[in-house]
Design a protein around this ligand. Sequence first.
Ligand code: SF4
Length: 240
Amino acid sequence: MLPPFMDPVFYLLGKAVFVLAAAVLVSAVLGAALIAYSFKTGHFFMARIMLISVCFLESLIKSIFRTFRADDAIVDDVGIRLRNYINAEKFEAVPMDERSIFLPQCLRSVDCPAKLTPEGLRCVNCGRCEVGPAKVFAEGLGYRFFVAPGSSVIKRMIKKYRPRAIIGVGCSMEIKEGVDLCHGYDIPAMGVPLLTNGCVSTTLDWDHFYDVISDHQASAPADDKEELTIRMYEDGPART
Ligand code: SF4
């Protein structure tokens, strides 16, 4: 039996927990509404606040999407675009010959003859998949290009070559982990999500990939601290 003077303490604690839970729920609903609106219209409002809500309330926001029978992959998609926008200015300030690109091995052909090396799979541009031409094009721009079988190769190459900016291709989860990893090294990173996920024969919007590596990805107009507008899609490829 607790002494009577503890009653007001527990009452206040209960009230604080209730207020906190209500605040979290309201924030998640607001975040979900903003994400859905941004995905539908291509306009991002309060981008940084939205990214914070995606980072801290992701599971709750996805539950809200599922409650309304909406595709919760939208949350991942918007989260990646927000991260890219926030990193874009720093990323584009880095010369291309000081950047690295990491592609997942699942993008290559199932008949890929590339040998596994300490720097990942050594693509020989055999013509069986799109990775070869992408490597030639990227290296022509000055990038270091890696086909990574796992995150350990990425960490090793970051330590070895110390790139000042990184482009990573992968599923939403890999991109989120990769961007966080790069954040730990203070490296601005841009994520390019796969079109279809899986362990083999995944697909990528290559036009979008070429846009990003060529710095033709749209940057948002000036941030007025209240509203940000980002073009979410560019028209057509730009491989110049
Ligand atoms: S182009 Fe490169 S990655 Fe694609 S199958 Fe040939 S060697 Fe493998």
